[in-house]
Write a protein that binds this ligand. Structure first.
Ligand code: PGA
Length: 244
């Protein structure tokens, strides 16, 4: 079954108006890519980047579960729509760790993203201790079951498998380990969502870079990447897009 690849960049808390030249360079270099491309800058840049080009979709890195209200510092999925965004990352491990986000909270945020007619990129992943204890599959499948809303479809939910110990460290699982996890996710999602689960995009994230992107993206149930550090430089992100 052919599933269109998605290469998504997560700028995290990086980027100002000065960084927009990287987006201009990317637009110039990337030609007509063979995949969907999404960049998730800090919220302060969403509107400006969304105005730059329709060839790169723009998303947010988080949102609140509510549409409006007394939640100082938060933004809602509806506000992401208003800024021109089309997707929201929810449940990134840095949110789960730094802000104590639980699976229930992640699910509520994903539901908010769907309520706003955006695409939710739901992140899951095991810690190094969990992998060493032989619990990676169990942990990730439980997180996925609890974080993905019941109403998810292949059109509006993307799963990003990001081993916590691979994020920003330059280390990646073996190809066999990535394949094992993605195959298990595909089986679980197909069992739960039927045809939608069979078609839902499964991204790999964690130290993806030009040097390893092609081999990871060639795995059967890897339908794209969620790229942190390497998405900040047009040259690196462009090379990953070309590898797709
Ligand atoms: P990294 O981050 O590519 O810098 O490892 C990935 C992510 O956190 O989404």
């Amino acid at each position: 079954m052919s599933i269109r690849t998605l290469i998504a960049g997560n700028w995290k808390m990086n980027g100002t108006g000065e960084t927009l030249h990287e987006v201009k360079a990317l637009l110039k270099d990337m030609g007509d890519p063979n995949c969907d491309v999404l960049l998730c800058p800090p919220a302060t840049l969403i509107a400006r980047m969304a105005a730059m080009s329709g060839r790169i979709a723009i998303g947010a890195q988080d949102c609140h579960a509510n549409a409006t209200g007394a939640h100082t510092g938060d933004i809602s999925a509806e506000m992401v729509v208003d800024a021109g965004g089309s997707a929201v990352i929810v449940g990134h491990s840095e949110r789960r760790t730094d802000h104590d986000e639980t699976d229930d909270m992640v699910k509520a945020k994903a539901e908010a993203v769907l309520r706003a007619d955006l695409v939710a990129i739901v992140c899951v992943g095991e810690t190094e201790a969990e992998r060493d204890a032989g619990k990676a599959l169990e942990v990730v499948l439980a997180q996925t079951a609890a974080s993905v809303p019941a109403s998810a479809t292949a059109a509006d939910v993307v799963i990003a498998y990001e081993p916590v110990w691979a994020i920003g460290t330059g280390r990646t699982p073996t190809l066999a380990d990535i394949a094992e996890m993605h195959d298990a996710l595909r089986a679980a999602l197909t069992e739960r969502f039927g045809d939608d689960g069979a078609k839902m995009r499964l991204l790999y994230g964690g130290s993806m870079k030009p040097a390893n992107a092609a081999e990871i993206l060639a795995l059967e149930n890897v339908n794209g990447g969620l790229v942190g550090g390497a998405s900040l430089k047009a040259q690196d992100f462009g090379a990953i897009i070309k590898a797709a």
